[in-house]
Design a protein around this ligand. Structure first.
Ligand code: IMP
Ligand code: MG
Length: 174
């Protein structure tokens, strides 16, 4: 069992400050858009998206998409599953996909394609964390660059557990 007292990588205060900055940038970039739609990636992106959207004082819709690639382990399976497809009509929308972390990039790549195929007008991506392992892969908005370690908390899980930790921590057994 993971010890939830493992080292804090990013404190809740640091996360909240960075999310305010991201919110300001996103608000400025989308202020002319009348069809902004946030697409949080469930389950990991739920807490980040919930906090971020309250820092974006624009009219917007929220259409969460369920995606999973990790199964119960600490390395990506490489296959991204979208069990529910896209639960809404996103034709003509300016989409901002919001995920917890950019690792191999498979999740964002798969979602970007599916969202464009579903008729979105444009797609941008936002991640709270970008791991070193992402190499040259980028998102349009990135909260923090982090080392290639398995992290938990603030929405990030290990086999479904630890999403509720308020800070982001490095998994102790890692
Ligand atoms: P990618 O498709 O390899 O970029 O992986 C992205 C997904 O893998 C994220 O949405 C997370 O759910 C999960 N993931 C990647 N790294 C971690 C981690 O360190 N902790 C928890 N989940 C992770
Ligand atoms: Mg996940």
């Amino acid at each position: 069992m993971t010890d939830p007292s493992s080292d804090i990588l990013l404190s809740r205060k640091t996360i909240a400050e960075r999310i305010r900055e991201l919110g300001l940038r996103i608000t400025a970039d989308f202020k002319e858009s009348d069809s902004l739609c946030l697409v949080p990636v469930m389950d990991g992106g739920m807490i980040f998206a919930a906090d971020l959207m309250r820092e974006i004082p624009l009219p917007l819709r929220v259409i969460p998409i369920k995606a999973s690639s990790y199964g119960d382990g600490t390395t990506s399976s490489g296959t991204v599953k979208l069990p529910g497809g896209i639960p809404g009509d996103i034709r003509g929308c300016s989409i901002l996909i919001i995920d917890d972390i950019l690792d191999t990039g498979k999740t964002l790549e798969t979602l970007r394609k599916i969202v464009m195929d579903a008729g979105a007008d444009s797609v941008r991506t936002c991640v709270l964390l970008r791991k070193e392992s992402a190499g040259h892969l980028l998102a349009d908005y990135i909260g923090f660059e982090i080392p290639d370690r398995f992290v938990i908390g603030y929405g990030l899980d290990l086999a479904g557990v630890h999403r509720n930790l308020p800070d982001i921590r490095v998994l102790k057994e890692d």
